[in-house]
Design a binder for this molecule. Structure first.
Ligand code: AMP
Length: 326
C-alpha cells in the first residue's frame, strides 16, 4: 500500500493576454487541485503551432504563462510544470497511437468534423491534433484529467486510442486515465456581457495596475437612472459581472443599498473594482517581477522537463518493448 497521491494532468494552451475568466475558470481551480493530487501541468506549445506561425509569439506566451501560473500559486518544486516540446517523445507516442487508430475515428473529432462541414482546408497538424493530445494525456501515467464538459471528447478519444493500443498488443501497457468533469466551473462574463474572451476584446486582464483595472470596470455600460432612485443589479450587465467576481454576501449587500436609492451606478462600479483588486491586486507586482526574470523562468521549465521526462521515459520504454522498436 502506498500513500502516493493520484496524478492529475492539466494542459494549458499558450494564448494572448490572460484575463479574469482564465483565472477564475481555469487557473484557480487547477491550483487548488495541488492539495489533493500530484499535479502535472504542461504548456501545449506543439499544439499552438497548428495556428500560430510566429516564434516570438510562442516564446512570449510561454514565459507569460509560466510567470502567471507560478505567481498564482503553482508549486513547481512539489508538482510539475513543463512545456510539451521539452518531452519530444510525446510525438513518438503519438505515432504509435496513430498506427492503431482508424481514419474514421479521427474524422469524428471536433476540428476535423467542423472543417468537413464547412468544406474548409485544414493542415495535417490540425487533423492529427487529437492523436497528439492523446499522447499528452497518456504519457504521464495520469489518473485523472480534469476537463470542462466540452473537452470530455478529448479524454474519451485518448482512452479509446489507449484501448486500441492495449488490444493490439494484447496487454495493459498504457494506463487509461479518467476524465474528471468540472461541472461547477463558472463562465465569467466580459465587459460587453458576452463570455469574457480575448477574441471579443471584452476582457479584464488578470494583471493590471489598480488604475487600469478601475478604468476597465468604469467602462461597463449602465443605464441613466438618477443617483437618488432605487435600482437593482438583477439582470443588468454590471450585476452579471458582479455576481461572477464577488461573493454572494458582497452581492447581496450592494444590491440592498442600491434598492434603497441614493447610490449611483458609478459607485457600484467603484465597489466592483475594489473587490477585484482585493482578489487579485496582490499578484500584479510579483508577476511583473517574475516575468522580467527569464533566466528564472527557464530554470523552472528545465526542472519541469527533467521530472516530466523521467515519468515519460518509463511509459515509452514499455510501449517500445511492446511494439518491437526496443
Ligand atoms: P482560452 O485561452 O480562451 O482558451 O481559455 C483558457 C481556459 O480558460 C479555458 O479552457 C477555460 O477553462 C478558461 N476560460 C476562458 N474564458 C473564460 C471565461 N470567460 N469564464 C470562465 N473560464 C474561462
Amino acid at each position: 500500500m502506498t500513500n502516493k497521491k493520484p496524478i492529475s494532468l492539466t494542459g494549458i494552451q499558450p494564448s494572448g493576454t490572460i484575463h479574469l475568466g482564465n483565472y477564475l475558470g481555469a487557473i484557480k481551480p487547477a491550483i487548488l487541485r495541488q492539495d489533493t493530487y500530484s499535479c502535472i501541468y504542461f504548456i501545449a506549445d506543439l499544439h499552438a503551432l497548428t495556428t500560430v506561425r510566429d516564434a516570438k509569439i510562442i516564446k512570449t506566451a510561454m514565459y507569460d504563462l509560466v510567470a502567471t501560473w507560478v505567481t498564482c500559486g503553482l508549486d513547481y518544486e512539489k508538482h510539475i510544470l513543463f512545456k510539451q516540446s521539452d518531452v519530444p517523445i510525446v510525438t513518438e507516442l503519438a505515432w504509435y497511437l496513430g498506427c492503431v487508430t482508424g481514419l474514421g475515428f479521427i474524422e469524428k473529432a471536433h476540428a476535423a468534423k467542423d472543417a468537413k462541414e464547412k468544406n474548409k482546408e485544414i493542415s495535417f497538424g490540425t487533423f492529427a491534433y487529437p492523436v497528439l493530445m492523446a499522447a499528452d494525456i497518456l504519457l504521464y501515467d495520469a489518473d485523472i484529467v480534469p476537463v470542462g464538459k466540452d473537452q470530455k471528447q478529448h479524454v474519451e478519444m485518448a482512452r479509446d486510442m489507449a484501448g486500441s493500443f492495449n488490444h493490439a498488443y494484447k496487454a495493459d501497457i498504457i494506463k487509461l486515465p479518467e476524465p474528471k468533469i468540472e461541472e461547477q466551473t463558472m463562465i465569467v462574463p466580459g465587459l460587453d456581457g458576452r463570455k469574457m474572451s480575448k477574441s471579443y476584446g471584452n476582457i479584464i486582464p488578470l494583471f493590471s495596475s489598480e488604475k487600469e483595472l478601475r478604468k476597465k470596470v468604469l467602462s461597463i455600460a449602465t443605464d441613466s437612472t438618477p443617483l437618488e432612485d432605487p435600482k437593482t443589479m438583477e439582470g443588468t450587465l454590471l450585476g452579471k459581472i458582479f455576481q461572477a467576481l464577488a461573493t454572494k454576501e458582497e452581492y447581496a449587500d450592494l444590491e440592498k443599498r442600491l434598492q434603497k436609492g441614493g447610490l449611483g451606478w458609478g459607485h457600484a462600479k467603484e465597489e466592483l473594482a475594489q473587490i477585484i483588486h482585493k482578489q487579485v491586486g496582490h499578484l500584479y507586482e510579483p508577476y511583473l517581477e517574475l516575468r522580467k526574470n527569464e533566466k528564472k523562468l527557464d530554470e523552472i521549465l528545465a526542472l519541469g522537463a527533467k521530472k516530466a521526462n523521467t515519468i515519460a521515459q518509463n511509459v515509452i520504454d514499455k510501449v517500445r518493448v511492446a511494439v518491437g522498436t526496443r
